[in-house]
Design a protein around this ligand. Sequence first.
Ligand SMILES: [Zn+2]
Length: 288
Amino acid sequence: MKISLPHLQLLSESEWKAAHDRLAATRASYLSGTKGELWGRPASRLDSKYLLTGLVRCDACGGSVYVQSSSRKDGRALFYGCMTYHLRGRTACSNNLLTPMDRANEEVLGAIERDVLHPDVTKTVVRKALDKFRAAEREWKERRQVLHKQISGVDTEIRRLVAAISAGGDIPALIEAVKDANDRREALSRDLAIVDSQQHSDADYDELEKELQAHFESCWKTVLTRQIGPTRQILQKLFNGKRLPFIPMTNVGGSQYEFKGTAMIGRLLTGRTKEVVSPTGFEPVLLA
Ligand SMILES: [Zn+2]
């Protein structure tokens, strides 16, 4: 079994902030809906006693993966295999590879907990995202300050010119200079209006960073518990509802499955309320 999980996708600032707000709202409504208990029933749509069914697909035919049970001397063993091959045979799909369920589950979850949800990974992702937003915010503030300074500079200039006119200087030239200064002031005011209308936030980025990190960490701990229901919800979000391809590979070492996918940790923050049963939202179980 081989697994590869390419890059983690980042969200935009507004998505992060929206997620943050939703997180707080979800938590509040969830806690009131469950009398303060942190974990309710998983969404029924996602109900399955097997970790990966419905979340992976056969790469050869695109079909579903089913669970095959077989009796062995040491008891019942469960396998994942291609449903199309199982139901319709080799002419429909040539992938006859069965893989032990326990091992496949461990490979997938091991990769997720190590490469995607490990606090070392999520800390970096959250920090990088928020650093970017902090920098944008700083730039926006600096740009505003510069414009305010330039405007007050022009105002001083206009006052001096007006004073010179009152004192009886070269009137036509002074009037020309006042006009010119007024034009510059208007241009600066327009620039300032544009900057003011741009999106900016007074978010407490330090607080945001802590909360997002705590959320990812509790997702990580949930995966560590290996509880099927909550873990399935996390996987579904990480892969953004796309089914992971289960790629049959044959080489000298024999046959094996390879998984490929892009994990989007930002999706763990999105409450797609229609898909996740209300008021549960997404609230992971914490290890005792
Ligand atoms: Zn197939």
